[in-house]
Write a protein of this length. Structure first.
Length: 235
């Protein structure tokens, strides 16, 4: 059974991804930071288990991932989904707002991949890495300089890594969601201007992002790598 680690799997897009992959027959390692029950619920209908650690903590990532691999074997796939937002205009942004968003959204890519990739390579078989970026990282959103910078960096890191490991049959892609109907996205009122910018006239669903991630993990997607695929209703 192919093993896939999904970070931030206790809610929102991560929950939808973990749930779909679990139902499709992958053994999903559903990462969570605080909400263990949410992660367990994500894989309750299929195969998998919850694994708690903070993706922003380098030591915690190393210990949890290496122990999991030693006990159960290497991963076929890694979905780097966990992220946070701390929005605000740049002139009023505190250092902690910048630093915490960078730690969780960008530094975590290093923490996760540096520990998962070596054993993926040693398998000498195809593998998949998918980063969940954001339309903010593609376009740059006012009030989200920290988030845009982190997600933009994640896109660049994903593209560079894809070029490094392509000959090893490991694909590395980015999915960049637009406005998706999750608790993190819909904190407060959604400005009408944002809705007006979406040709489809609605927010996306977490399951619509999960469907793309699921496809990118299949054998049919073996020749797709180094791409940034937007799920944004046509923005």
């Amino acid at each position: 059974m192919k093993r896939v680690l999904v970070t931030g799997a206790s809610k929102g897009i991560g929950f939808a991804i973990a749930q779909q992959l679990s139902m499709e027959g992958y053994q999903v390692i559903a990462n969570y930071h605080r909400d263990q029950q949410g992660a367990q619920d994500a894989v309750s209908g299929g195969s998998g288990y919850a694994l708690g650690f903070d993706v922003a903590d380098a030591e915690a990532c190393r210990d949890a991932i290496q122990q999991d691999i030693q006990q159960f074997g290497p991963y076929y796939g890694l979905v780097c989904n966990a992220g946070i937002r701390q929005d605000g205009l740049f002139l009023g942004m505190e250092w902690q707002q910048w630093h915490q968003v960078m730690q969780t959204n960008l530094d975590s890519f290093y923490h996760l991949v540096s520990n998962a990739l070596p054993s993926m390579i040693k398998r000498r078989q195809p593998g998949r890495i998918v980063s969940i970026a954001s339309l903010s990282g593609v376009m740059g959103n006012p009030g989200q300089v920290n988030y845009s910078a982190a997600k933009g960096g994640l896109i660049a890191a994903t593209k560079a890594l894809a070029a490094e490991v392509a000959r090893r049959k490991i694909t590395v892609n980015c999915v960049a969601p637009g406005l998706i109907d999750t608790a993190m996205t819909t904190q407060g009122d959604i400005p009408q201007s944002l809705m007006d910018a979406i040709p489809m006239g609605r927010m996306g669903k977490p399951e619509e992002v999960a469907a793309l991630v699921s496809f990118l993990l299949t054998d049919a997607a073996a020749y797709i790598t180094r791409q940034v695929i937007r799920v944004d209703g046509g923005v």
